[in-house]
Design a protein around this ligand. Structure first.
Ligand code: MG
Length: 299
């Protein structure tokens, strides 16, 4: 009986050890996968998924703590930088404002989409409907006034306003959605959500590039910081090849994190148009082909 008990106990111990070892190995495998830059794929090619090009990007934007950490940290750093900048009467974050006239109000110039407002629900809708971006569905979404606030943006903007710094919104949303945009910003509690402080595309004079609007703003405001998710939110020289865009980045290397703050947006941006070589005539299949052609696989 004792022997049987001992045998049973020994067997149970072995079973436990085996199970523990199995769990440890599984844990190690999962950790290895999690830490690996490219995950293990079980896709043999025979079971290709019908995956939307933007699935991972939108999922990351909506659900990843990593995304939120990046944007919250960026806005926290922007707050610290603003506290330094607003004490310097000669400081400007705008290339269009090489000297600062005395007596100006102070401002932070921010982009709107994926900088202040989170439009990932629109992007998620496109994925689930199998669609791609188009102006009609985009304007319909803007008119719904349902965009959320980017994490960290609201507290940053409100703190700036409390310190007498205006928030000026410079966006390439079409002017036809101006009121909807103002309503959306105002409902979320953003300061300066009015016609005077929201500069959309075509307003006031048919501008797509943001530089001319910054020139206008620089007449009334000392531009202390600029925040965006796109190179074009900082300079009008953003429409080049990937190498030219990197050169622009490096030309102003010391401005990043000091007066220019970039938020991550893997869903879309001028980087994508650069990859497509600014060929707006490409259909979806041709775009896919051009993008995959830009990849640099391991040799
Ligand atoms: Mg944007």
């Amino acid at each position: 009986m004792q022997i049987e008990t001992a045998t049973a106990a020994s067997s149970k111990t072995r079973s436990l050890r085996t199970r523990t070892l199995g769990i440890a190995l599984l844990g190690a495998l999962l950790m290895a996968c999690a830490g690996s830059p490219s995950r293990v794929s079980t896709d043999t090619g025979a079971t290709q998924r019908n995956t939307h090009e933007n699935l991972n990007a939108v999922l990351w934007f909506q659900d990843a703590a990593e995304y939120q950490a990046a944007v919250i940290g960026t806005y926290a750093n922007a707050s610290r930088a603003l506290n330094v900048a607003r004490r310097d009467a000669n400081f400007s974050a705008a290339l269009e404002q090489p000297t600062v006239q005395p007596g100006l109000r102070q401002a932070v110039v921010v982009d709107i989409d994926e900088t202040i407002l989170d439009n990932s629900p629109y992007q998620a809708r496109l994925i689930l409907n199998g669609g791609t971006f188009d102006e009609t569905s985009w304007r319909a979404w803007c008119n719904e006034r349902k965009a959320l606030a980017i994490p960290g943006a609201l507290s940053f903007a409100q703190a700036a306003a409390r310190n007498g710094v205006d928030i000026i919104y410079v966006s390439n949303r079409d002017v036809s959605v101006l009121q909807a945009t103002i309503d959306n910003l105002r409902a979320l509690g953003f300061p300066n959500a009015d016609e005077k402080h929201v500069y959309l595309r075509d307003r006031p004079r048919g501008w797509g590039d943001k530089g001319p609007r910054r020139i206008e703003i620089a007449k009334t405001h000392q531009i202390l910081l600029m925040i965006g998710d796109n190179l074009g939110d900082f300079s009008d020289d953003y429409k080049g090849t990937a190498q030219q865009r990197l050169a622009l980045l490096n030309e102003h290397r010391h401005w990043w994190g000091e007066r220019w703050f970039m938020l991550p947006n893997p869903m879309y941006g001028s980087w994508e148009y650069s990859a497509l070589e600014y060929d707006y005539s490409l259909d979806s299949a041709a775009q896919y082909q051009r993008k995959t052609g830009k990849l640099r696989p391991a040799q």
